[in-house]
Design a protein around this ligand. Structure first.
Ligand code: CA
Length: 229
């Protein structure tokens, strides 16, 4: 959830901005004077700031400068005067955008979304993390297709990796050899369920300390295999 702080002394404007942003799914807080706004901005984490320029107490210039000393969070500055906007640009306070009042609330929402998306790209928070399965000493990075046992990397063939990942991804679920063969080999290859047995044996040689007493992939006699959680 993206949380936005609006610092705006004109309550009708603040309410309008808040309503539109909330309708777009944002969480919004409002401060109606400069001091309260500055305090919130520095103490709490927000995804974006909307700062009015002329405020009682501490003005928008000062708040912008103080936020920039500490944070890279996007800042949109708003002012009733076009001249002020030119002035702030000239000061290079580090605001990301400027809007002249009156503006349409949908224009504000569009700009907020654009700045949040840009900031996510810059900070890498939009980059998805590799999906990792970790069960006791076994670690599988399913995105990078790498496997470690107690910190030591092991090499697996494609099918061994797919089979291990499938089982580890469904712990405590018992699968028959037929099910595993269909799941991993599909229709693409000739072979039979003995292929599954051979691959399980190969996987165990790599992951188990003692293959006669498997800690990860358990044989359920007469049924198939299960990955122990
Ligand atoms: Ca104002």
């Amino acid at each position: 959830m993206n949380r936005i702080l609006i610092v705006e002394d004109e309550e009708t404007i603040a309410d309008l901005e808040k309503d539109y942003l909330e309708l777009s799914g944002f969480e919004v807080e409002v401060a109606n004077d400069g001091e309260a706004g500055l305090k919130k901005a520095l103490e709490k984490d927000y995804s974006l700031f909307i700062l009015d320029l002329m405020l009682p107490g501490v003005d928008g210039f000062e708040i912008c400068r103080k936020i920039r000393d500490q944070k890279n969070t996007p800042i949109i500055m708003v002012s009733a005067k076009k001249d002020d906007i030119d002035k702030i640009r000239g000061l290079g306070l580090g605001a990301d955008d400027y809007m002249t009042k009156p503006f349409s609330p949908s224009e504000l929402v569009a700009r907020v979304k654009a700045h949040l998306a840009r900031y996510d790209r810059l900070t890498g928070s939009a980059v998805s993390q590799n999906k990792v399965i970790e069960i006791r000493g076994l670690k599988i990075d399913t995105t990078a297709r790498r496997v470690w046992i107690n910190g030591e990397e092991k090499t697996f063939t494609t099918k061994e990796f797919d089979l291990l990942t499938f089982l580890a991804g469904h712990p405590n679920h018992v699968y028959t050899k037929e099910e595993l063969f269909r799941e991993i080999w599909d229709m693409e290859s000739i072979g039979d369920i003995a292929t599954v047995t051979v691959h399980i044996k190969k996987i165990r040689e790599k992951v188990e300390m003692d293959t006669s007493n498997p800690q990860y992939i358990e044989t359920i006699w007469g049924v198939g295999y299960r990955f122990k959680m």
